[in-house]
Design a protein around this ligand. Structure first.
Ligand SMILES: Nc1ncnc2c1ncn2[C@@H]1O[C@H](COP(=O)(O)OP(=O)(O)OP(=O)(O)O)[C@@H](O)[C@H]1O
Ligand SMILES: [Mg+2]
Length: 204
């Protein structure tokens, strides 16, 4: 079984993996957190290009199968459980038994948030979608990166500019930086119903 040697270096607000999930590592050369980051980054790049090359409609993206397919495309070369909902509890996220119904509700609700006659601006709808998806926390890992990219895909489908996520398309958020601290604080404000900090963060 694989043991990541520097597991203590998870950035704040990131979810550590349990033993069962660590066993889902597909590439035997991965032994450290650095190896894992590298493998995930490669996988994410190829997964993202597959989705950005396509012409995606809002309807196609706002679908619970897309939520899973996208996670599989971003992480499936690294983790055997990519694209499948988590079965274990996390400090962030809902009880695993409700994930599938809550993701389905989210994509259906979001169709109204993004509709032309919606009271919400596109940015406000996108921020609400992002926050809700990470708050559900459907997967064992990769929720932040998956949800940020999915939100950007929605913006693209609507012809709106993608979010800047505090500076560099969200990449800076995976390490323990001041920007990440700001992002997490904005998500926690969202947890108690105030999406304003996140709304300004995503275009900062
Ligand atoms: N209080 C919170 N409320 C809602 N979402 C949160 C909260 N704290 C953290 N999150 C989300 O959880 C993500 C971390 O979960 P996870 O480790 O599954 O994602 P990741 O993609 O591996 O991490 P990262 O975002 O660091 O690249 C954060 O990026 C953030 O989006
Ligand atoms: Mg993580």
């Amino acid at each position: 079984m694989k043991v990541l040697t520097d597991r203590g270096e998870e950035p704040p607000g990131a979810t550590p993996l349990d033993e069962e999930e660590l066993e889902g590592l597909k590439q035997s050369w991965i032994t450290t957190r650095g190896d894992l980051n590298e493998a995930e980054a490669d996988n994410i790049l190829s997964g993202q290009s597959k989705w950005t090359k396509r012409r995606n409609t809002l309807d196609r993206i706002l679908d619970d199968k897309t939520v899973r397919d996208l996670h599989k495309d971003l992480f499936g070369q690294v983790w055997s459980w990519a694209g499948t909902y988590r079965r274990t509890e996390r400090t962030i996220g809902i009880d695993p038994i409700y994930i599938s119904v809550e993701v389905r509700n989210l994509v259906e609700d979001a169709k109204y948030w993004f509709a032309e006659n919606s009271d919400l601006s596109i940015d406000a709808a996108a921020v609400r979608f992002h926050h809700k998806l990470v708050a559900i926390h459907p997967f064992a890992n990769g929720n932040g990166r998956h949800s940020r990219f999915m939100t950007d895909l929605i913006l693209r489908a609507l012809g709106a500019p993608e979010f800047t996520w505090g500076g560099s398309q969200g990449n800076v958020l995976s390490t323990a930086t001041e920007v990440r601290a700001k992002y997490l604080a904005a998500l926690r404000a969202g947890d108690v119903g105030d999406c304003e900090p996140l709304l300004s963060f995503v275009r900062s």
